[in-house]
Design a protein around this ligand. Structure first.
Ligand code: SIN
Ligand code: MN
Length: 224
């Protein structure tokens, strides 16, 4: 293990912070045992009916690999079956993950009603290797404007959170560490965001991942 992983920023106090109205970063939200348990589930999902794969955007393969729950996402569209992979129906979003999403919205907003009302019906589970990135984009393939809940496990990444107008400045770069929660909703729901870098060998011991990064985003599609 590297010195950075042993003595990383996770040992410092990283207070929660609202980057913009509706965009809340809660460092260290998931405990290590919870992270590890989720990584075990991740291994079940990638061995499920639809294998993890890189989605194609405009003829290019994304560097990130994705496995979906509830609804299968490919650029611009959600379908129940993974029509661009093997045609199989994706696994359901498990109850525990819906409950975790509700807790996350409550944590971020402090609003018990917003937490209770949140019923994510899809989870996009992304795996990043050392070289993977995600360009600046909006999450706008959902009809619902309910918040997006993002959970990070494994290597730290540089996450760029921008404005709702375009992919350029103003934006802010933050380090999403294993266990961090990020929720964007309300006026920030359509903010551009991306991952500019993964910091290799920064996953904390005991998080369940030796290398690489997993990000889970929970969303309400608004589809019937
Ligand atoms: C995403 O925008 O879907 C993923 C963001 C992340 O990996 O943190
Ligand atoms: Mn996104």
């Amino acid at each position: 293990m590297s010195g950075e992983a042993l003595f990383g920023d996770d040992l410092l106090h990283r207070p929660r912070r609202e980057l913009a109205p509706g965009a809340m970063w809660v460092p260290g939200w998931l405990r290590l045992d919870q992270q590890r348990w989720i990584v075990d589930r991740f291994h079940e999902w990638v061995n499920g009916p639809v294998p993890i794969r890189s989605a194609r955007v405009g003829g290019h393969e994304m560097s990130v690999k994705t496995v979906c729950l509830g609804w299968h996402w490919r650029p611009y569209e959600y379908t129940r079956e993974a029509v661009d992979v093997n045609g199989n129906r994706v696994l359901d979003v498990p109850d525990w993950l819906v409950r975790l999403g509700r807790k996350a919205v409550l944590e971020a907003t402090g609003d018990p009603q917003a937490g209770q009302a949140y019923t994510p019906d899809t989870a996009l589970v992304n795996h990043y290797d050392d070289a993977a990135r995600m360009g600046m984009h909006q999450d706008r393939d959902e009809r619902s404007r309910a918040p997006v809940v993002s959970l990070s496990i494994g290597d730290t990444c540089r996450f760029r959170f921008g404005n709702t107008e375009n992919r350029n400045k103003p934006y802010e770069d933050i380090d999403l560490v294993s266990g961090d929660l990020f929720v964007f909703g309300g006026p920030s729901r359509l903010a551009y965001h991306g991952v500019t870098k993964v910091h290799p060998q920064t996953a904390p011991a005991g998080c369940g991942l030796e290398t690489g990064r997993i990000n889970i985003t929970l969303r309400e599609t608004g589809l019937g």
